[in-house]
Write a protein that binds this ligand. Structure first.
Ligand code: FE2
Length: 325
């Protein structure tokens, strides 16, 4: 059966994509951001997912204000990068996984989540920037390392879905994935945020204290986050901080108790707080330990649980970058 092995939270700041596309990653301002994802890219190379489900929001690229679905699942075979006003980003077309996506759509709708099915959809920085941050820079003529199922969420026009609805949707996604017969290793991304506001009197708002508490609870007590009302996101994290509800879809798709294997936080990038977290399902480690206990031979290298422990210790040893509020 297919299984979700880990969840990734990542901001999707458009300026990060522009910095990458214009070869500015070594400039001190941007190096601070990109260096925070080096361990994550190593983790992703090691994890080698078969499919990634990426929860993101469209920024008037695929949908306009004429039509805004609350939850829209990409079931197409491919998703071209959208032209966001200065031409499409120089990244490969994103290949989908229509069979798994259609299975998820059926399962979610029968579970009473009213989903919009997208058989043709362009994807913008909301999805491709986190892909770059986790998969690295990929030449336009090359290909992304795994197929992707996009899940677009309305967080641009009131009313967006509640955090609780997002959290429960994550649980339904997990059920859908686990009822798919093919043995696939799946990761799920929650993108957007963290605190930021791009216009109005509070433009530039960043609330590092709120963001840190959000990451702490995401890891250890996600049920608390599922109770936060929209107005609290607006008040504490800025108008665009509401994007953080998308992280709850990712979190709902994981075990109640997870292993936080990496976290990174830095401000600002453009005028946004950049947050990132990797959470692994514990049974992943358990199944590895089970194989070892059942007599499976290991080489002279570190066993996987030991390597994972070492990796987590190394990640925790890396100071998180926080520069005020
Ligand atoms: Fe966004």
């Amino acid at each position: 059966m297919a299984r979700i092995v880990a969840g990734i939270g990542s901001s999707h700041v458009p300026a990060i994509g522009a910095a990458l596309d214009n070869n500015k990653t070594e400039e001190p301002y941007w190096k601070r951001v990109f260096s925070g994802f080096e361990k994550s890219q190593a983790w992703m190379r090691e994890t080698k997912p078969d499919v990634a489900i990426i929860v993101y929001n469209d920024h008037a690229s695929a949908f306009s204000v004429d039509l805004i679905p609350t939850f829209a699942l990409g079931c197409a075979a491919e998703f071209p990068p959208a032209d966001e006003g200065w031409g499409p980003r120089p990244v490969p077309v994103v290949k989908g996984h229509p069979a798994l996506a259609s299975h998820i759509a059926q399962s979610l709708i029968l579970d009473e989540f009213d989903l919009t099915i997208c058989n043709k959809m362009e994807v913008d920085h909301g999805m491709t920037v986190p892909m770059n941050l986790l998969f690295g820079k990929v030449d336009k003529s090359s290909h992304w390392p795994c197929p992707v199922i996009p899940l677009a969420v309305n967080v641009v026009m009131y009313p967006p879905p509640t955090g609780h609805r997002c959290y429960m949707l994550g649980k339904a996604i997990r059920k859908a994935v686990e009822s798919y017969p093919e043995d696939l290793k799946v990761v799920i991304f929650g993108t957007g945020g963290l605190s930021h506001q791009i216009s109005g009197p509070r433009a530039g708002l960043i609330n590092a204290k709120w963001d840190k508490a959000f990451l702490d609870n995401l890891s250890k007590a996600p049920q608390k986050l599922a109770k936060i009302p929209h107005v609290d996101y607006m008040r504490e994290a800025g108008a665009e901080g509401i994007e953080m509800v998308m992280w709850l879809i990712m979190r709902g798709a994981l075990d109640d108790k997870v292993d936080e294997v990496y976290r990174f936080y830095t401000v600002p990038a453009s005028n946004t707080a950049v947050g990132h977290i990797i959470l692994e399902n514990r049974r992943r480690a358990k199944s590895t330990a089970g194989r070892k206990a059942s007599g499976r031979k290991t080489s002279g290298r570190k066993s996987k649980p030991a390597a994972a422990k070492h990796k987590r210790a190394a990640a925790r040893a890396t100071p998180t970058t926080v520069r005020g509020r």
